[in-house]
Each structure stands twice: as C-alpha cells, then as structure tokens.
Design a protein around this ligand. Structure first.
Ligand code: DPM
Length: 331
C-alpha cells in the first residue's frame, strides 16, 4: 500500500513522482494519509494518487511516529519534518466491566497491560496496588485482547494513537506528569527522507512545527546522551513558554523505586539576528534536519538535552539504567 504524489509544472506535466511508503497497520495508514493530505493542501498543483508499488521500489518519504525512530538514524537518512505534536500523554483504556473507574479505584491486584518499561516503572510506584503484565501487538490487537478476555483490567496507550484511530471514547483517564511522564517524541509525527534529497527536504520542511521541533530535539538529545534506546525506562516532559524551553527528564529502576528526575531550561528566542546567521540550520541534530527553524534555537535545545543528561549522569543515572537493562534482558 503506497501513496503516490505527482508534482506537476504549469503546463500540467508531471515533473516528478514522489513515493510515500507506509506499513500495513491501520495506525500507519492513518498517519500516512494525514501527511499526504497536508502535502496536497500545501502544494495544490500536486496530483495525489493512492496505489501499490512493488516491495523493491525505493520510496521518497516515510511517515513515522517520532517516538519509534532511533536517535541515530541509518546513514543517508534524516527526519525532514516533525509535525505539530498532539497530546503527548498516556491514557488509560478500561475493560468495559470497569467502566467509570480510574487507576486508583481499581481493586487490589488488578492487572494492567503495557510492555513499556517506562509506563510500568512509573505506575508501579504510583499505584502499588496494581499489577503489570506485557501486552503486545498493534493497537487493534491490544484493544481486542483487552475487551475479549478478562486477562486485563485496563491497558495503557498513548492518547495520540488512540485519537488518530478515532477511539477517543475509549480514553477514560489521561495520565498527567505526576502519574506518568511521556516517552521521548511521543505524540509527534515525523517524516523520514533521504538526507541528500534537497527537493523533498524543502517540500516537507514547511510541515515543521517549530515548538515541537525544539522540544523533540531536546528530548532526543537527552535520550541519546543517556545512551537510552527505545526500550529503557526514560521519561520526559517539555514546554515552550515565553521563549523558554523547559525540559524535565527522568530515569527509573524497573519497579520505579529508584529514580532520578530534574528540570532545566534555556532561551530559544530568535531576537538576535547576528547570532542567528552564524548558525547553520541545515545540519542534522539528533537525526532531525529542520530547515526554517532557527539554527541557534536548535543548538540551544540540543545543548539543553545534553546538559540535563549530564546532570542526571552525575547523580548515578548510568547505574540505574544499566541495572534496569540487565534485569529486563534476563526476564
Ligand atoms: C515505544 C514505546 C511504545 C511504542 C515505549 C514507550 C509503547 C509500547 C507498549 C518506543 N513505541 O512508550 O515507553 O505500550 O507496549 C507506539 C505507539 C505509538 C507510537 C503506541 C502507544 C502511537 C503514539 C505516538 C509503540 N509508537 O504508545 O500506545 O505516535 O506517539
């Protein structure tokens, strides 16, 4: 399943075919279609077609959930756009028999489904009366497993994914930062392109949301500097307010009993023109190329992530993550 976008010149001649790759899950298709729609709106001359191409075809862009993209991308690729972040928070989806409840009201030893070490660590600490078990598969599979058996009293999923699927009505509780901080990049879509493909880079770069880009660069720099992958108990919270970027980051032991958390901030204003022009926005930062977003602000965001990681490392973050990784590998 692929979406074709054809660029046409004034005479209506097709100048280039842009191939968008997608995976087969419903969420992947919804995410890909939403980006294709946006590109179509922005480039009215573009002809959009949906169809199939062979497995061996090369694609020009792929839409991902940013949180699934490693902080170091394969050589030759870059994230050419990070779209405006939707809700970054996690949500509770209850088994229908528990309708009206919330995590704190569920009976003792109720089983909660998640295979996220980050979610389990934070929620075990916060709700010690609950038990946590792995649940796998795409969103459709998970919801089915929840509803059709009585193995789980509830599952935890990202609010953004649930909303994109049109399942808002299944969200019975949004977990705020006191309950569960989110994953690096959660809730933001990213467009992966070839780093050398200037035309496509320019084309998708208008989809960048500057605040989201800065938040996600800081978050990804934090994770990368901690040497955390996508499956370590690391969580973040970011905000941009009055030209300040705030980053809260935390690492946890598997049961949440041990943790380190701190907040730092930096200025990301774009007042100083001279300062601006010295910095190149074309370079990749933690896998992101953000043309049209201040290079100085991107540098400040990246430095914020590195600085916060260093602060936590100086307090013993490495040891907490190493033990968590070893215990998890041994499970
Ligand atoms: C990553 C994690 C999970 C996904 C780990 C984490 C959740 C795994 C699980 C890195 N990727 O969050 O701590 O629950 O067992 C994923 C989802 C989305 C992107 C689904 C979800 C949709 C939301 C988004 C899986 N990746 O987290 O509920 O675009 O951010």
């Amino acid at each position: 399943f692929y979406v074709f976008v054809c660029l046409q010149d004034e005479e209506g001649k097709v100048s280039r075919v842009i191939r968008i790759g997608t995976r087969k899950s419903q969420l992947a298709r919804i995410q890909t279609d939403s980006v294709a729609e946006k590109l179509k709106e922005l480039y009215p001359d573009v002809l959009l077609e949906i169809g199939k191409i062979s497995v061996h075809s090369v694609v020009d862009l792929v839409v991902h959930s940013l949180k699934d993209l490693p902080t170091i991308l394969p050589v030759g690729f870059t994230i050419g756009a990070v779209l405006k972040r939707e809700s970054p928070y996690d949500a509770v989806v209850l088994h229908p028999k528990n309708a009206g409840k919330s995590l704190d009201l569920l009976p003792n030893k109720s089983v909660i489904g998640t295979s996220s070490l980050r979610r389990a660590a934070q929620l075990k600490k916060r709700f010690p009366h609950l038990e946590f078990k792995d649940i796998r598969g795409n969103l459709n599979t998970r919801l089915k497993k929840l509803d059709e058996n009585s193995d789980f009293s509830a599952i935890i999923l990202a609010a953004a994914g649930l909303r994109r699927m049109g399942w808002d009505s299944r969200i019975s509780q949004i977990l705020g930062p006191e309950d569960c901080m989110y994953a690096v990049g959660q809730g933001a879509l990213a467009i992966e392109v070839r780093a050398s493909d200037q035309d496509i880079l320019e084309m998708v770069s208008v989809l960048h949301d500057p605040d989201t880009v800065l938040r996600c660069i800081a978050e990804r720099a934090f994770l990368r500097h901690l040497e955390g992958g996508c499956s370590v108990p690391v969580a973040v919270h970011t905000e941009v307010k009055n030209s300040q970027l705030y980053l809260t980051g935390a690492v946890y032991s598997l049961d949440g009993s041990d943790s380190l958390k701190d907040t730092m901030q930096t200025t990301v204003s774009s007042d100083n023109q001279e300062e601006q022009e010295k910095v190149d926005e074309k370079v990749q930062r933690v896998g992101v190329t953000a043309l049209k977003v201040s290079g100085a602000a991107q540098d400040a965001a990246e430095k914020l992530g590195v600085d916060l990681a260093n602060l936590l490392l100086s307090k013993g973050a490495k040891e907490i993550l190493t033990v968590a990784r070893q215990l998890n590998d041994a499970r």
